[in-house]
Design a protein around this ligand. Structure first.
Ligand code: NAD
Length: 512
């Protein structure tokens, strides 16, 4: 049988590769649908495991386990809940290297980058360890005569998380530490391309002492996603992925009465003004354009060179890009492969199209030398100059190591370009002019902005999220917005009788 998703789906065979599971009710649960996908090591092209794709019934099993665990978990004291989070943090600190290796083996990013992803996820665990403080409500004595008012925030119940391939650990960790600390129970559906990190983290939760059923993982495709979107027992959906799917998730989830935050794709611009330090700008353009092979939603894909700095800047970026080593992320390389053969073909196809449409290919990653064995899915760093805003390399999210240089004459033209773009995830300006930077942060219609910082991913205690087609819903991830998303408010008005109690009054309550 085939799955409803893409090229990874296979029928079961005795191919000798390990078979992964789901994680339901505190146990590894073998798949029962008979549908599997291949998990591939992108650096070698070898199939490393088979992942089961959950049927609708299996999703309901996971939701039922989470629902059964909810009453006891929400009534568990905050002190006990957070002590489990602290243990999870300690275990993760001790074993972060293992998780990074798993990520590299399935995603392809280099080990140091995978370790960085784990560290950024860990920050959210640490933020969620402060949940007792974050959940404190307000209290007013004597709001009316003899009447007190206080507010509390309570967990939603079962929450669903659906994550993309490019951050197998960090993106789920944007959500589940906060959800769990706030008293919810979780069903996570990771990307079918990188399922092992989620299963590894489920085992870590068990070791940390999390009660069975509080954290569940269902692997799979659209069937699993739709099961979560339509189940009446799932109260919210936190989704991260491409824009068309994010829109679908938002529309379907809200139509089924759920609270939804759906983070979508991106096209991030980096503006370089003529007064900028061009060496710093070139370093950062390379880091942000080619780190993780461009498979980051905060990657810089369009470099907007303002005025007469363009020739020098392109030269400096080209020199740096040519010096990068691309290969197996387990070796000492700067950049790994793309996640699948389909991704490799898609990215190369965009470079072909850019060249056909008139862009100058300054550095060509289509046929480079790669430090890897086997048939990995490599495209080296690619730099395109003289890119026009009507070319597909500019209009589409490529999600690969392709940096497009667009030349403009003025700051205003640069800002107009960004504001006309349908995405609004991240952007950066490079300048030594504080006034220009201040104007930029005020005028640009984007959710996350860097000033001489190319990948401005907010710390865990701020919230992560874009504008426009980069986020559907109105709540960003983690920080206080995350706490708000995973809880709902109640206001309690209290009067305890005392000798001044004053009999009947049918008027509307006022603050008398
Ligand atoms: P994707 O949209 O293909 O998949 C995301 C999730 O949706 C996966 O779990 C997948 O199994 C599921 N899915 C795929 N097709 C589906 C369908 N037809 N119906 C229901 N579910 C479906 O995204 P991806 O390729 O895994 O990740 C890359 C994308 O994610 C890029 O567009 C990137 O910009 C975006 N992203 C955004 C952010 C952000 O914070 N805005 C962060 C990371 C990644």
């Amino acid at each position: 049988m085939t799955s409803t998703l893409d090229e990874t789906a296979t029928t079961p065979t005795d191919g000798g590769v390990p078979e992964l599971t789901h994680w339901i009710g505190g146990r590894a649960t073998p798949g029962g649908s008979g549908i599997y996908g291949d998990v591939t090591n992108p650096a070698t092209g070898e199939v490393s495991a088979r992942v089961p794709f959950a049927s609708a019934e299996e999703v309901l099993d996971a939701v039922a386990a989470a629902r059964a665990a909810f009453p006891a978990w929400r009534d568990t004291s905050l002190a006990r809940r957070t002590s489990i989070l602290f243990r999870f943090r300690e275990l993760l600190n001790a074993r972060a290297g293992e998780l990074a290796e798993l990520i590299t083996a399935e995603h392809g990013k280099v080990l140091s980058d995978a370790a960085g992803e784990v560290a950024r996820g860990q920050e959210v665990v640490e933020f969620a360890c402060g949940m007792p403080h974050l959940l404190k409500g307000g209290s007013t004595e004597n709001a009316s005569t003899g009447v007190d008012v206080h507010s509390v925030r309570q967990p939603l119940g079962v929450v669903g998380i659906i994550s993309p391939f490019n951050f197998p650990a960090m993106v789920p960790m944007w959500f589940f530490p906060i959800a769990i600390a706030a008293g919810n129970t979780v069903v996570l559906k990771p990307s079918e391309k990188v399922p092992s990190a989620a299963l590894w983290m489920a085992e870590l939760w068990r070791e940390a002492g999390l009660p069975d059923g509080v954290f569940n993982v269902v692997n799979g495709d659209k069937v699993a996603v739709d099961g979560l979107l339509t189940s009446p027992d799932v109260r919210s959906i936190s989704f991260v992925g491409s824009t068309p799917i994010a829109r679908y998730i938002y529309e379907t989830g809200t139509a089924h009465g759920k609270r939804v935050q759906a983070l979508g794709g991106a096209k991030n611009h980096m503006v370089v003004l003529p007064d900028a330090d061009l060496d710093l700008a070139a370093d950062q353009a390379v880091n942000a354009g080619f780190g993780s092979a461009g498979e980051r939603c905060m990657a810089i894909s369009a470099l907007v060179a303002v005025g007469d700095c363009a020739d020098t800047l392109v030269g400096k970026i080209a020199e740096r890009a040519r010096g990068l080593r691309t290969g197996d992320g387990r070796r000492s390389c700067d950049m790994g492969p793309l996640v699948t053969k389909a991704a490799q073909d898609r990215v190369s196809g965009y470079v072909d199209a850019g060249e056909r449409e008139g862009a100058t290919v300054v550095v060509d990653g289509r046929n480079g030398e790669f430090d890897a064995d086997g048939q990995g899915f490599f495209v080296g760093p690619t730099l395109l100059d003289h890119v026009g805003t009507d070319m597909s390399v500019y209009t589409d999210e490529i999600f690969g190591p392709v940096l497009s240089v667009v030349r403009v004459d003025s700051y205003t033209e640069a800002v107009d370009l960004i504001n006309a773009n349908p995405y609004g995830n991240g952007t950066a300006i490079f300048t030594n002019d504080g006034g220009a930077a201040r104007r930029f942060q005020n005028e640009v219609e984007v959710g996350m902005i860097g000033v001489n910082v190319p990948v401005p991913v907010p710390m865990a205690y701020y919230s992560f999220g874009g504008w426009k087609n980069s986020l559907f819903g109105d709540t960003h991830a983690h920080g206080t917005e995350g706490v708000h998303f995973f809880t709902r408010g109640k206001v309690i008005t209290t009067r305890w009788l005392d000798p001044s109690h004053a009999g009947l009054n049918l008027g509307f309550p006022t603050n008398a």
